[in-house]
Design a protein. Sequence first.
Length: 413
Amino acid sequence: MAATPALPTAPPKPTWDPRKPEPPFPWLRPTIRIRLTLLYGGMFLIAGILLLSIIYLLAAQALHEGSGQSFQVTGANIDISSTTCPKLDQATNDTELNSILKSCDAVQRQHALDDLLSRSLLALLGLAVIAFAFGYAMAGRVLSPLGRITRTARAVAGSDLSRRIELDGPDDELKELADTFDDMLERLQRAFTAQQRFVGNASHELRTPLAINRTLLEVHLSDPNAPMELQQLGKTLLATNERSEQLVEGLLLLARSDNQIVERKPVDLAEVAQQAVDQVHAEAQAKGVVIRGEQKPAVVQGNGVLLERIALNLVQNAVRYNVSEGGWVEVTTEVQHGQAVLVVSNTGPVVPAYEVDNLFEPFRRLRTERTGSDKGVGLGLSIVRSVARAHGGHISAQPREGGGLVMRVTLPI
């Protein structure tokens, strides 16, 4: 009889738990709530003790002064006089004397109470000023870790993912927040590093086969004995391959320009715009489009190659998506309100205002003449917006009356 196979045993439990161990007495953890409770409760207790002591001293002094009836007995007939109760000498019998003494005592008591109230209000005002000043200082000390977290987050927003908070101090909610933020930054840095590595690898892996295809097509097209049908097919494939190369270059540029620029150099937008106009001049002449406009100096800190891509894409779009006759493109640069401004406006088809935002989305095109498949790959304005954001600026588009658009790029100086 065959032996019954042994059942597989469960794997051993891990002896190490990656989670943080729970403290033996979690209610003793110095949380922010407990610290603020102790701080403000202690401040309230100290202020109450001080105010009570001051009121006690003032009340003792007021009672001492209020009960200080100054009587003086003179003469054999017991003549009673007082500096605080001058009407005693007018008394003719015991009843009048007791009434005058009672009235003087009430006056002195009211005077003592009024004096106590005024001094107590002054003491309260002084303690309030001290309490607010001390509370402001203590609140700043307690909330100083939040300022450190904010400064680190602002530095990270400038594409410095290597920054960490590394907050020291008690194990409270703020330290837990800072540690969580540091863990998030660590993951983001790994993700961006992987993205940059992927972009570098994709740049090689995608360009190489396209370059090989283009070379082979050009070699076959250079054969004068090739049939006409084969040459026509080769030209079509070469145009398709060129379009694929443009698409790959646009995608890679879009991926690289999503991060802010770390190394910046002075770049004149007027020079960048003039170079873009020179590159598009031949295409504009072929389409009968006139390029005009004045480029005033506007120096910004940034990457010259990427800024030239902004101007080139805008001018190319303005020339390609224009009217067939009497079209024009106006390119201007200037400094306005402490910012460098590049404006590219053109004649062209009417663009609905509600469709303007779609122009900046990758592969999103309008249902107008801008949808011509031979005019681009649908990434030009997406790259422009990404590069502008990487330089701390922004781009806006407005439809022109009669057709066309006004593109406005604003960059900090």
